[in-house]
Design a protein around this ligand. Sequence first.
Ligand SMILES: Nc1ncnc2c1ncn2[C@@H]1O[C@H](COP(=O)(O)OP(=O)(O)OP(=O)(O)O)[C@@H](O)[C@H]1O
Length: 262
Amino acid sequence: MASDRDRRHARGPGSLPSVGGVKAIEIHRLHKRYKHVVAVDNLSLTVDQGEVFGLLGHNGAGKTTTVEIVAGLGKPDRGRVRVLGLDPLRERAAVRRVLGVQLQDAALHHALTVRELVRLYRTLYRDGADPDELIGAVGLTGAARTRYDRLSGGQQQRLSIALALVGRPRVALLDELTTGLDPRARRDIWALVENLRADGVAVLLVSHQMEEVERLCDRVVLLDRGRVIAAGTPADLVTEAGAVTLDDAFLALTGRPHQELS
Ligand SMILES: Nc1ncnc2c1ncn2[C@@H]1O[C@H](COP(=O)(O)OP(=O)(O)OP(=O)(O)O)[C@@H](O)[C@H]1O
C-alpha cells in the first residue's frame, strides 16, 4: 500500500523541534468514576516528545477513559492532565492544534467519500498534511472516491488514522490502532507510527496486540481496574513477570488471559 515516499511526505519535510523540554503528556493522580465503577484510579504517567507510550490492560481497565480525558472529551474527577503543558479542558483550542486523536468509534458523515472527509478535516488546521499524500500514506488511494459507508472495516480504520494525523499533530492518541487490519496493512501502519516518532511526535497507543506493543512502544503501563500494576519497557515487563514473551507477561501480571474478556 503506502510507499516510503508517501509516508515521508505525509508529514512534510523535517522533524518537529521539541517544545522547550516540556512533556508531551503529563497525567498526575488522575481519577475518574462513573456511577458504580472507578474507571481510572490515581493514574500518573508522562510521555516524552518523540516517544511511543503504550496503555495496556484488559477490556474495561480504563484505557479509553484515560485517552478521552487527555483529548479533552471527558472531565476528570480529580487530577491534572496536560498536553505539551496545555490543559485539554481549559485550553481546548490550543490543544486541538497540537493533538491528533483516533478513537474506537468515530462518528463520521457516512455519505462523504474518503477524500472529502480528509479534505474537510484538513480545513480545521492551518498547517495540515496534504490530503492526497496522507490518503496514500494510509493505503487508501484506491478508495479515495469511495463513500465512508461503503468502506470495509479495515479501510474505515485506516481512514480514522488519516483523520487523526491530518493536522500534523505533535501528540497523537491512537486507540486500537490496527484492530481489524490485515497483516500487511498492520505493518505499513506500524511503519507510519515509527516515522511519526522519528519526526518527534509523541504517541499514546492503546493496544491489545503484544506484537504491536513490542515493536512500537518505548515504554508501557499495564492497567487493571484503573490502576497501574506494572510499568517500564516491554522488556522490563517480561523480566518482571519472569516470562518469555510479552503475551505471557501480560497473563502473569494481570492473572487472567486477556482474550478471555475480549
Ligand atoms: N460512559 C460510561 N458510563 C459508565 N461506565 C463507563 C462509561 N465509560 C466507561 N465505563 C466503564 O469504565 C470502565 C473503564 O472503561 P474503558 O472503556 O475506559 O476501558 P478500556 O480499558 O478502554 O476497555 P476496552 O479494552 O474494552 O476498550 C469500564 O468498567 C466501563 O464499563
